[in-house]
Design a protein around this ligand. Structure first.
Ligand code: SF4
Ligand code: SF4
Length: 461
């Protein structure tokens, strides 16, 4: 198999990831996902690979505190007759799979055995392979899980005026949440997003399909940016897209919205539904590629969606030149602004200090290997100090709202909430609005404000 590298943006010194690994002398890399190969879903091949990697993890155990997948695995081994992986029943393997939400943190922050190490441990991709195989074998997907992964369909229904208000009102009551829990298995205490009756694409309709703009390049940035709004940004929190557009335009960067847009595919990816990911890609990639060909760079306000285009789709479709061109043009918004700052193209005439900010760095942004660009940019604002918290919120897409995992999810998120409370900051922020809501709900007093909104406030725009 050939190697696939992350995009080497100029302000991304760790794109090659040299020197950032513990216990490995070579720069780590990732193999493309061979999801169409017969072996990928072959029973014996999969179990053999699970047994091999689980055994390596058993001897290592560095990841015991990252999520609940590893404690589930280690408990199963410790409780087995021999205390070794060969005595663990295969059914127990699937419990490990169920607790993995593909945050990639084990691969990125802990594992010394990732490729090119000869042990070739890629735990998240093994979990993804198992999830995909289970679906291929005809595993039943519950109505709830299908609904939670169909973010654009649910958003377009729940976002209809009147329907949006009704859904929000019902979700805002105790009896409504109890009903949702007993009928669908959506945990009654988990924060669920509100729906906006006027989507970001409607609010910013003058920017949809906009083409005729002049741009000022700086470094590798071409100076005009297409904003992929995302399901969440479009239907749940349109203000995040408006803030992004306002901040970019204030910095002389013209913005536009794609003519058509569907879900990036991350919720389906996390379920292992790779065929559905491919269908979504067939709408999004040709559209985004056309914009890239017209000289536009790409960004999006949600880290998981950025990661989908930067990493997951290229790993699934390494030979698709449109996917690779889109990957190379896609930036995290703060990464983009900081590149332009390096070339003297970021406005620093801030009008309002922000004080102390407690900042949770979401996993799917850390995985992009771009460094803490959100922190660095916010700290350019005078009288502003950012305390970064690099720990998982436990939300991870849909894990937090599923009744059977919600308590575990809160357990993972609580230490972050404690750090936020102890920081006694003026603001609490996270690039991921879902992680932010989860942490705020576990905190004593923190209220989440997105970093784009904070930046907009600092500019006074
Ligand atoms: S990818 Fe994340 S959730 Fe999955 S096993 Fe690794 S750390 Fe746990
Ligand atoms: S994923 Fe790597 S670091 Fe984590 S327990 Fe397994 S072998 Fe150890």
């Amino acid at each position: 198999m050939s190697e696939i590298k992350p995009p080497a943006h100029e302000d991304n010194p760790t794109a090659s990831r040299e020197g950032v690994r513990e216990g490995s002398l070579d720069a780590p890399m990732r193999y493309p996902l061979a999801w169409r190969a017969p072996e990928f879903t072959d029973d014996e091949a999969l179990y053999a690979e699970m047994q091999r990697i689980f055994d390596i993890c058993h001897g290592c155990r560095r990841c015991f505190s990252l999520c609940n997948a590893f404690p589930t695995l280690f408990d199963a081994i410790d409780e087995s007759d021999t205390g070794e992986i060969d005595a663990v029943p295969r059914e127990a393997y699937w419990k490990v799979v169920d607790h993995c939400y593909l945050c990639d943190m084990c691969y990125m922050t802990k594992c010394p055995y990732v490729p090119p190490h000869e042990w070739n441990v890629d735990f998240p991709h093994l979990m993804l392979r198992a999830k995909y195989k289970r679906l291929k074998d005809g595993a039943k997907v519950s109505f709830r899980d299908r609904m939670l992964a169909s973010t654009d369909l649910v958003g377009s229904l729940a976002g209809i005026p009147v329907v949006a208000e009704t859904v929000n009102a019902v979700n805002g009551t105790k009896w409504g949440r109890k009903l949702l829990e007993s009928t669908l298995g959506v945990d009654a205490e988990a924060p669920v997003p509100k729906y906006a009756s006027k989507s970001a694409r409607r609010r910013l309709k003058d920017k949809v399909g906009r083409k005729d703009v002049a741009a000022e390049p700086a470094g590798e940035t071409r100076g005009k940016v297409l904003v992929f709004t995302t399901c969440y940004g479009n239907r749940n929190k349109p203000s995040i897209v408006e803030d992004l557009v306002a901040v970019f335009e204030h910095n002389g960067i013209p913005t536009a919205l794609p003519t058509k847009e569907r879900c990036c595919g991350m919720p389906k990816f996390e379920m292992g539904d790779l065929e559905s990911v491919e269908k979504l890609k067939e709408t999004n990639i040709p559209e985004l590629y056309r914009w890239v060909q017209d000289g536009w760079d790409l960004t999006s306000p949600i880290p998981s969606c950025v990661l989908m285009f930067k990493q997951e789709l290229p790993l699934m479709f390494p030979d698709d030149e449109q996917v690779i061109a889109v990957r190379d043009a896609f930036y995290d918004p703060f990464e983009y602004l900081m590149i332009r700052h390096r070339h003297g193209k970021l406005r620093t005439d801030f009008k309002q200090p922000l004080g102390k900010i407690a900042y949770q760095v979401p996993c799917h942004q850390r995985v992009q290997n771009i460094g803490l660009k959100t922190r660095d940019l916010l700290q350019l604002v005078p009288e502003t100090k950012v305390q970064a918290i690099e720990r998982c919120s436990g939300h991870d897409g849909t894990y937090a709202v599923k009744k059977e995992y919600a308590a575990t999810s809160r357990k993972i998120g609580r230490p972050v909430a404690r750090q936020v409370d102890n920081a006694k900051a003026d603001h609490f922020t996270s690039d991921c609005p879902m992680a932010a809501e989860q942490i705020a709900s576990l905190s004593e007093a923190a209220k989440a404000t997105s970093p784009l909104e904070l930046l907009r406030r600092a500019y006074g725009i």
